[in-house]
Design a protein around this ligand. Structure first.
Ligand code: FES
Length: 299
């Protein structure tokens, strides 16, 4: 037990090589889906959790949300946006090759219950993170409305999957190439204005988006959960790099989160801390452009 987390030490498994890439698919321009053989992680994973993975021995530790898991096949699915050195290394692995190591599942699972109507809001690559949660909310008996936002239509993925686990899916694009032209928050405002009884909102995406969703829902007192994405290093509650302010208390995103009540989150502090690291990263050649931030790093 380290930092409140049960760390799974995974022995070699027969048949497949541990952490072998068993399937790989390009979802959009920079976004890849990797299915990785990690049977003990797959057996324990729950929506909202993440892993820390290194592509090779000298690779950076990359926290990545678990987009799906198949305990029978022993595979987990990661959706990776290749936006830096380390994520590019990871998506360069081909089927049959293996990641150097993989740790997880980490983090506190998402709170899944029958709340009534749950609106799942996702921006960009976070679509891959909201998917297992939307599915779990549906299985728990909720009405699920999914709102997806992206810069343009070609950046959407997991559309069939989300349609299957949502009562309704709506789209917003900044360039108007799919659905409403504008931001995903406008879709949420439309739902509220139409009188939809919303019992919970789950928002995952870029910090400004999550912050805007929280400001939108606050006056309506709609419980809003966000998945935070600070810099992470160990992912197990030891280094303190991922600390965030929630309800006036310092919390560790990797062990207490990554999901928190969005109305209690100090988003200004979160954005300030991210900017501090960003300046440092710009001085380091070939550094992963999002540092060791959470795989939600890709949001
Ligand atoms: Fe080190 Fe959370 S990443 S304490």
């Amino acid at each position: 037990m380290i930092g409140g987390q049960v760390i799974t030490v995974m022995p070699p498994q027969g048949g497949r090589i541990l952490f072998e890439i068993v399937a790989k698919k390009q979802l959009s321009n920079q976004i890849w889906q990797l299915d990785i053989h990690a049977p003990l992680v797959a057996a324990k994973a729950r929506p909202g959790q993440f892993v820390v993975v290194r592509a090779h021995d000298k690779g950076e530790r990359i926290p990545l949300s678990i987009s799906d898991f198949d305990s029978q096949a022993g595979h987990i699915t990661l959706v990776v946006q290749a936006i830096g050195h380390s994520t590019t290394d990871l998506v360069s692995l081909e089927v049959g090759e293996k990641a150097a190591d993989l740790l997880g599942p980490l983090g506190t699972p998402a709170e899944i219950d029958n709340f009534g109507t749950v609106v799942c809001v996702a921006g960009g690559v976070a679509t891959a993170i909201i998917y297992p949660e939307a599915r779990a909310f549906q299985q728990a008996g909720n009405k699920v409305i999914t709102l997806l936002g992206a810069r343009s239509a070609d950046l959407f993925f997991y559309e069939d999957e989300l349609r299957q686990c949502s009562d309704e899916v709506r789209y917003a694009t900044e360039d108007g190439s799919r659905g409403k032209q504008g931001f995903v928050t406008e879709l949420l405002q439309e739902l509220i204005d139409a009188g939809e009884q919303i019992d919970r909102v789950v928002a995952i995406g870029p910090v400004p988006m999550m912050r805007a969703v929280c400001e939108l829902t606050r006056p309506y007192q709609i419980k809003t959960v966000v998945s935070l994405n600070p810099i992470m290093v160990d992912g197990t509650g030891m280094c303190g790099a991922c600390r965030v302010e929630v309800g006036g208390e310092t919390r560790f995103c990797c062990t207490d989160g990554p999901e928190f009540d969005g109305h209690l989150v100090d988003f200004a502090a979160l954005q300030n801390r991210s900017r501090q690291y960003q300046n440092l990263e710009e001085k380091i050649p070939h550094h992963h452009s999002n540092g060791g931030c959470a795989g939600q790093c890709q949001q």
